[in-house]
Design a binder for this molecule. Sequence first.
Ligand code: SAM
Length: 438
Amino acid sequence: MYDIFISYRRDGSFEMARLLYDHLRMRGLNVFFDLQELRSGKFNVKLYSAIDESSNFLLVLPQGGLDRCVNEDDWLRMEIEYAIEKNKNIVPLMMNGFDWPKDLPDSLKNLPLYNAVSMSREYLDASIERVLSMCVNLRLRGGMRVKEEDERIQNDYFSFDDEKERRRLQIQEELTRAIEVAEYEKIEREYDELIVLDLSFVTADSIMAKLENCQKVAKLIGIESDEKSVEYANERYGEQGKRVFYCMDMESEGFEAALDKVMSENGVKEFNVINLSWVLMNLRSPFKLLKILRKKLSKNGAVFVKDIDDAYNIAYPDENGYFERAVEICNRDELSGYRRSGRQVYTLLYRAGFKKTQLNRLCITTAEMDSDQRSNLFETYFSFVREDLRVLAEKYPDDKRVAADLEWYENVYDDMEELFQDDAFYFSFGVMLFTAKK
Ligand SMILES: C[S@@+](CC[C@H](N)C(=O)[O-])C[C@H]1O[C@@H](n2cnc3c(N)ncnc32)[C@H](O)[C@@H]1O
């Protein structure tokens, strides 16, 4: 989701748009500003979804900025028309020398009636304050954007080429494998054969490890949005009619139809096991997905949900507050998914119509872990935050909070790692494992 979409003309208002963008980013706002690349060549329909996702539409108008809007295929015109159609909060920003043209096309004729702001380079800060006061849903506190506790964003950060992330996922899988395998064994006893759907399987290594000893898996269908991962899974584990992996976006409009097609191609009427391992936390609308999935489940079918809730993280002793701060940073990390997802799972499942929801296991802890297991757990939880901060510091070079977080993290990382190795140090990691029935 974006707080603000910046609409501008490449020639004439780029510089002002860029200044505005930098300033708004410094306040932690999520701003869509497409720099150059999307703006060359044919109109890019991605811009429509960015407008859909933004509450505010800031229209930066240089001298003569609307003159080309007489052409139906003018980019700026198309953006404005779409923002009007979608009822966005439109704020025209008038630069020096801009005047409303006399002959605006019908679709834009109400534009001059919107409350506008005159942008002054000389008093830029004051102009921006004024712009902010006219925006809606910004959630500013002390001038900074607050990350909403209950804010979910779609998080398709994963890429097959990210070896570190793959290793992290593998460690996580190993940490929970025994418990999950026990659940699969239970379910295996209930059915003659298992028809399994695994959502967001990454490389499929994880689901394959879990099902390794299941004798009754008749079919496994996997869905994942990362193309390379799908290719890898099909090459490594694919078997016509038995194990097939598809590239799909589970949050797209056409997802249900696409899933139906895949099911019919594979002669599957319904699944009796659906696996959602670290998936809901990365979705914007988990409820929508769960509703769809429930329809595809057999009468007595089961859904497995493995998710996270950082409220269950405990680090003791944490005399310097390192772990508390690291967890807090992780919660704000836009690449880390929604870290309070676990607490919502029961309610989400209930509302989506699932029954008999059980929380099988609450967490992973360092109690009784040997040194290797401790370092694996440390790596899986704490190393990615550092990686993410490095990525974010590059993405938002002007974001002072990210820079401060990164500096702090780099400074304390080795000490944290050492503390984690102390046998008397206790850490619990809020992994939650649920099962539910149709
Ligand atoms: C944390 S990983 C899942 C881990 C995996 N299920 C396991 O147990 O090891 C999240 C995965 O979700 C995928 N993903 C994110 N958004 C998606 C979407 N809308 N549709 C399909 N896959 C998505 C990402 O590509 C990534 O591979």
